[in-house]
Write a protein that binds this ligand. Sequence first.
Ligand code: ZN
Length: 121
Amino acid sequence: MTGSLATHFWEGCAAGELRWRRCAACGTGQTFPRDFCPACGSTAVEWRRAAGTGTVHAVTTVVRAPSDAFRALAPYTIALVDLDEGIRMMAHGAADLAIGQRVAVTFFAHDGRHLPRFVPA
Ligand SMILES: [Zn+2]
């Protein structure tokens, strides 16, 4: 993720918007923003705003945090969510999420950023 792309994503989170990128050539979506489309190589990739709703594909509990910044949160839930736009993203989730459950995105401030967190819809 290049600096400007990451900044645009995080600015969206701070504004309460979940932003993703869609390839104008083939329609492939990406939540990990890149300068090009990983499916067809096109650089015609544009920003979209997601509705913020989706379905839980997988869920896990992180007990050992990967960094000092996240240690204060542990244990916490990480979910793979299939957004209604047809793309899958990884994010924080409520502790009681279940596979197949409908969820909606919220944001919480942590370590200088606003992070996406999915809760029951
Ligand atoms: Zn493409």
